[in-house]
Design a protein around this ligand. Sequence first.
Ligand SMILES: [Fe+2]
Length: 165
Amino acid sequence: MSEATPNLEELDRHLAEKWISGIWRIPASACPGDSKTKIQPHLWKWADIHDGLAMEYVNPLTGGSTLPTLSCWIQLLKAGQRTQSHRHTSTVLYRAFRGRGTTVIDGQEFHWEQGDNFVVPLWHWHEHANTSASDEAILFSMNDAPVLKPFGLYREETRRSQLGL
Ligand SMILES: [Fe+2]
């Protein structure tokens, strides 16, 4: 087509005669990133994270898990802080973002430090401890609980510490 700037209706008619369709004719609902998806880019600010608490990154569109199949969490452990022993049917991948500590999984100790990754398999008793007397430790984690919950397969329970932590 040689015209400099055809209007869109004329261009559509011309292309239709050639059995061509412009990308602008694809419905927005068929495009990734359109307004109907439950995922959108989002930035959670570090300044909004609070000491000593485990916090979930919530999907701003749904108010639910971070992604439809993954839930992301951040946990700040104060110096010397220990969590309660517990287990759940979700599997969790951890990233030691800062500090050092120990995670006990079914009685086995895993000593981690910044940059380390570890997995807590489903239904294994576990607890975390910041082993520093002066520095905070930060664990980032992702779990598959969003996949389990719709089927009623998610459970969790707590118990006394494995190591008297
Ligand atoms: Fe856990």
